[in-house]
Design a protein around this ligand. Structure first.
Ligand code: GLN
Length: 199
């Protein structure tokens, strides 16, 4: 039985829960996906998703509840973790100083610089076709006040980019997604994450 926890403090939580259920069905996996509201909810998870939302709010509550510390521990034990949009920012070790940084408490798990709201006010919400390393067909990505990864270092590997920067990156067990894979019918990003749990 595969168990995936979605950090359920704020943001696009129910959408991730629904998409993971669909992936389990389509992939023939016996699994359970649940909303994480305390550090103890994380015990026995095989994978964790940090959703989009307000990165300052999500990260502050994660720290206050001890979820942040527990995730850092689990990441070091190679637990697969995917962060989408605000969650992508939270995985980083540096938030770009030029943009509104707010008070995002990053986890520092991926050596990369992320710029918050990197696409400006005019392009707050849009869709863009991406060529993604490892995908045969282009992927239509939904961006909502999205961050962009403006620098990758160390073992972080970029998998897709647009003019503003990298929008999909992997480091071993960690997957940073600047867009919202839970808002489309294309399940390939979640399936890629679930594949990393199966390995
Ligand atoms: N702009 C938001 C933030 O940085 C993220 C937006 C999102 O997750 N859709 O908090």
């Amino acid at each position: 039985m595969m168990r995936i926890g979605v950090i359920g403090l704020q943001g696009a939580v129910s959408e991730h829960l629904a998409v993971v259920v669909r992936c389990f069905e389509e992939m023939g996996i016996e699994g359970e996906v649940f909303s994480v509201r305390s550090a103890s909810d994380l015990s026995n998870s095989d994978g964790i998703i940090i959703p989009g939302g307000e990165s300052s709010t999500i990260s502050r509550h994660m720290k206050r509840l001890g979820i942040a510390g527990k995730i850092i521990e689990l990441a070091k034990e190679d637990l697969p973790i995917m962060g989408t949009c605000a969650g992508c920012l939270i995985l980083a070790d540096e938030v770009d100083g030029h943009s509104e940084t707010g008070d995002v408490e990053v986890l520092g798990l991926m050596e990369m610089t992320v710029e918050r709201n990197a696409f400006g006010r005019q392009r707050e919400s849009f869709e863009q076709m991406l060529a993604i390393d490892g995908f045969d067909e282009p992927y239509n990505a939904v961006f909502i006040r999205a961050p962009a990864i403006t620098d990758v270092r160390g073992a972080v590997v970029p998998l897709a980019s647009v003019a503003e920067g990298v929008v999909l990156a992997r480091k071993e067990n960690l997957l940073a997604v600047a867009f919202h894979p839970e808002l489309t019918d294309d399940l390939r990003i979640h399936k890629m994450f679930i594949d990393s749990i199966l390995k």
